[in-house]
Design a protein around this ligand. Sequence first.
Ligand code: PDD
Length: 285
Amino acid sequence: TTVYLNGDFLPAEQAKISPMDRGFLFGDGIYEVIPSYGGRFVGFTPHIDRMHSGLAQLSIDIKLNHDAWQQIANKLIADNSAELGSNLGVYFQVSRGTDTKRGHAFPTNVAPTVFGFAFAIPPEPIADKAKATTYTVVTGQDLRWQRCNIKSTSLLGNVLHYQQSQTQGAQEILLFDKDGNLTEGAAVNVFVVKNGIIATPPLSSRLLPGITRQVLLAILEQHSKLKVEQRDISEAEVLAADEIWLTSSSKEIAPVLRVNDQPVGNGQVGDIWLQAQQLFSAYKF
Ligand code: PDD
């Protein structure tokens, strides 16, 4: 595997980062995951925009612009597709950099550490009820911090919540804040459908502004007559939903068929999901 580290492309086993890197010591960094199929990226521009926004919120200054990121991503795909196949995610991580000591204060005159690698992802999702990858989820209280809109590499909260779902025999967890409102999953945004109306929580510091969520909302608005609401959603509403979807870059729109061991709606992949995934497949950018 060829990876990118601080301006160089090199074999993964030769890529070395100091243990004094703030990404390692503090989780002080930002990351992105961008999917590509046959060399074509989905959502490249909004993914890079979100990364730059996260870096700005952490006051991490980075010299790379969109074109530079695009060139790195293209080379990671070109150099790794023979080994890893044509469905590839590109992971980018920027940490605040390597300091000489461990101190909480932002160091001065430290260059950010920039890392990128490509990894195999599942084939491009298709709008076919019989072929959809479906999910079983549980519910739980969201115990993460209050700046979940930042795609931080400090993922302990998400990791523990994800593991909670695995321990309970599920594949994701739907999280609710102290007021009982749905936030998101451990690594996905969440949509519900009731009586043909689609709803998802509004953007806030309690959830990641997912690119799949953003692109799906734009497509539904532009290319369908489906009614879509961004509003608070209670646990009772989630449990009574006709359909529940998980969205993320590699899953696109994934139907949930069971919550807490109960079927969602009629327990089958839904008709609105089919329409939404058809539209997403046709118009995603
Ligand atoms: N996860 N919410 C959280 C907490 C996430 O970690 C992710 C993505 C999403 C969906 O965002 P997007 O549509 O931009 O992929 C929502 C990535 C893929 C990960 O950590 O691997």
